[in-house]
Design a protein around this ligand. Structure first.
Ligand code: B12
Ligand code: SF4
Length: 481
């Protein structure tokens, strides 16, 4: 069979990375003897423009799409177009949105044939076997599958999580046109996102854990570094982003990772996400000594009461000590905040801005608090906004609000927060004039300052919170936190 896997453009700008999830599925398809292609509508070459010729010339039997909530309406439109071209193509959707509300999505959109809830490798593999096999097309025993039967949508029981991540095939990186991703980022080098773990045991109310669940699973350092080595040697990747929910949490694992890095001769710099309560100064120094250049941490609010309400389970003191420890260790820090928490008031938003000023992180991001389906926040969404998916965007012009603020007030507060922090004279001095980083990094920080200070000058219509019309990954990495 022929399988076309499609990654869509993010709500704003372009994709800075290929979709690793789809590349895992591509490997699953190929290991079963199918012909697979990967098409990223949102890469730097395609820039959000869908080219029907890609579908017509390949003539696939199956199309698989990765669905984020804010793009769900567009994705439904795309699938309808594809069905109009050839109604016999089987359309399969997976990813965050359908893992949270796949049944509702399919009920609202008849052009979607199948949705996959949660991790896709096992479910997609079984689905392919079932479709290509000669036996009767009965999907009832494929865990994680949502499908149509006699005019109704049937949701099977969830699939067990993958326990041994090392057993997964490596993503099919050879399908990627790496030239289409040479984006601007913290790294000048060509870079890629790689994943060592899945799942997170914490329970932040705003976080969507529908795909990977709460059970933390991790690859062995040797398998993880072997993937980095492959990327380095075969695809010229020289720098790495570790965007998984919890990368810098386990000192033991990190120590083994450093040893493997040296043993396998993988020397590119890397940046990762971390929680403020799992990083101590020793760890941060070791990270720096072993190639880490930047650490991004979710802070979310400057109000302790709000941190408690959202289940973040961290204290402001810990936030401050983690950021100063990271700075002392010589790491670039990234701080992610949200505006529009359920209990946010003018005072708590001001406290958030004050905390951001105090941390003096060169990468600061204020996203809007989005109550994605599947999160604890979704229950607070006003009924009339429940299915307005394009409003579920951290940088929407008309975002869904679960706070006391109207959407326009949130957008205003977001811009104000950026102006007061990244757009300040102090930011300019700290990170552009006096900082010890390379000219390249200083230039990036200067652009951030300029964008926060003069958003209208640089940005045409829709802007993200960073003020950039084409967000680069250092700006958006934490949006999804
Ligand atoms: C890393 C990450 C990113 C990276 C992705 C890099 C990459 N190489 O893929 C970057 C920074 C680019 C990113 C961008 C965005 N992200 Co993000 N991201 C994450 C994060 C933290 C981890 C994802 C991950 O581990 N990917 C690794 C791969 C292996 O997993 P996967 O892509 O999910 O794919 C698996 C399954 O989902 C499934 N699957 C996926 N697609 C398909 C398709 C088919 C056909 C099938 C069968 C199965 C299937 O099978 C795959 C293999 O198991 C998650 C949080 C989380 N825990 O899920 C948020 C998360 C997915 N992101 C989120 C958001 C909002 C975004 C952005 C919209 C942010 C923005 N405003 O720009 C963009 C969207 C980009 C786009 N193309 O539209 C939200 C999604 C919420 C929602 N309901 O939409 C999440 C859940 C975080 C949150 N807020 O809770 N993100
Ligand atoms: S925000 Fe981070 S720590 Fe909180 S539940 Fe999500 S992944 Fe876990």
């Amino acid at each position: 069979m022929k399988i076309l896997l499609i990654s869509c453009a993010p709500p704003q700008g372009v994709n800075e990375f290929p979709s690793t999830g789809l590349l895992y599925l591509a490997s699953v398809g190929r290991s079963r003897g199918h012909e697979v292609r990967y098409y990223d509508i949102g890469d730097r070459k395609n820039r959000g423009r869908f080219d029907p010729a890609v579908v017509l010339s390949f003539d696939p039997d199956i199309i698989g799409i990765n669905a984020y909530t804010a793009r769900m309406h567009d994705i439904a439109g795309l699938i309808r177009r594809i069905k109009a071209m050839n109604s016999s193509i089987l359309t399969v959707v997976g990813g965050a949105h359908v893992s949270a509300c796949g049944r509702e999505t399919m009920e609202g959109e008849p052009s979607i044939d199948i949705a996959v809830d949660g991790e896709g490798e096992g479910t997609f593999g079984e689905l392919l076997d079932r479709i290509s096999g000669s036996s009767k097309k009965n999907f009832a025993d494929i865990d994680g599958l949502i499908y149509r039967k006699d005019g109704t949508v049937v949701q099977n029981k969830p699939r067990e999580l993958v326990t041994d991540l090392d057993s997964l095939p490596l993503p099919a990186y050879d399908l990627v046109d790496w030239q289409a991703y040479r984006g601007e980022s913290l790294f000048r080098e060509r870079n890629a996102a790689v994943y060592s773990s899945r799942g997170c045991p914490y329970r932040c109310i705003y976080c969507q854990q529908s795909i990977f669940g709460r059970t933390y699973r991790r690859r062995t350092p040797s398998s993880f570094v072997a993937e980095m080595k492959l990327l380095q040697e075969k695809y010229g990747i020289r720098a790495f982003y570790f965007f998984e929910d919890l990368f810098a949490v386990d000192k033991n694992w990190l120590d083994r990772f450093y040893v493997e890095r040296k043993r396998q001769n993988v020397n590119g710099p890397w940046a990762c996400l971390g929680r403020v309560d799992s990083l101590d100064e020793r760890m941060l120094k070791d990270m720096r000594a072993n190639g880490c250049r930047a650490v991004y941490m979710g802070v979310e609010s400057g109000s302790q009461a709000i941190l408690e309400d959202i289940g973040k389970n961290i204290s402001i003191d810990r936030v401050v000590s983690a950021f100063s420890g990271a700075r002392r260790a010589g790491l670039i820090t990234g701080a992610y905040f949200m505006i529009g928490h359920r209990l946010d008031t003018k005072q708590t938003i001001d406290a958030t801005i004050r905390l951001a000023e105090r941390l003096r992180a060169p990468i600061v991001f204020f996203s809007l608090c989005v109550p994605f389906p599947g999160t604890g926040l979704y229950q607070y969404v006003p009924l009339d906004a429940r299915y307005a998916w394009e409003r579920y965007d951290e940088n929407a012009d008309n975002p869904v609000s679960v706070s006391m603020f109207a959407p326009s007030e949130l957008v205003f507060a977001q811009r104000r927060a950026m102006l007061k922090t990244v757009g300040s004279l102090r930011y300019l001095c700290d990170n552009v004039l006096l900082c010890a980083n390379s000219i390249f990094v200083r230039w990036l920080f200067f652009k951030r300052w300029l964008a926060a200070r003069f958003p209208r000058l640089l940005v045409s219509s829709r802007t993200c919170g960073s003020g950039s019309s084409e967000p680069d990954n250092e700006f958006c990495a934490g949006r999804c936190r």
